[in-house]
Design a protein around this ligand. Sequence first.
Ligand code: AP5
Length: 216
Amino acid sequence: MNILIMGPAGAGKGTMSDRILDVYDVPHISTGDMLRENVKNGTELGKLAKSYMDAGRLVPDEVINGMVENRLQQPDCEKGYLLDGYPRTEAQAKALAEITDRIGKPVEIVLALEVKFDDLASRITGRRICPQCQAIYHIATHPSKVAGVCDKCEHELVQRKDDTVEQLKVRMDEYEKNTWPVIEYYANKGVVSKIDAAKPADEVFEEVKKALGKVA
Ligand code: AP5
């Protein structure tokens, strides 16, 4: 299955991706996670990306496209892919179309998660993540068993630098300006499933499963 999951910051892309992986055997490719890994390891790519990410701005297309192209050529993508947070610009969508044509894995479904700004703000400010295994928590709606400690690997949880209301506004601006046209682009191809992602996570996942079931 070749899946894209899209939506604004905090819409639940990572949370739903984790659940999709319980059902579908495809690699989860999150450009945000890949970039954070590069920042953590101090790579050239990470050094370049850091200032954009901390400000909530999009990292330049050529950097992202190269990174995704390499990843999609790995053998595990023969099973398909779950792309999370990519493409976010029309240039990225065109690059993805070229890559997926070449590897014979066209996008089959785009899950477009929809949530209002106020809900996104409380999700973002309450989010805690595990920098070790990427597990996602929320202090109110999905707390870890021991406060501040990852349930899965016991690493200390952290708050992302870009998880502030101020940065969320910048990320929303980027989303409206650059990423809405991408959803339109896929809507014109007839592959978009809009998901009301403001509901509790279990209910959102029921909708996601229904949408995926139609193309599986
Ligand atoms: P990225 O890491 O992709 O961040 P994002 O798109 O801003 O999305 P988030 O990870 O913030 O949110 P999410 O939708 O995954 O929500 P989550 O499941 O965690 O990108 C970060 C940065 O990298 C970008 O700003 C940019 O600089 C750069 N970048 C990445 N990709 C790029 C690209 N393609 N091009 C250019 N630059 C790029 O959930 C959020 C919280 O809400 C959690 O606490 C969760 O527990 C909670 N929650 C989730 N669902 C629910 C629910 N249904 N009910 C209640 N709470 C919920």
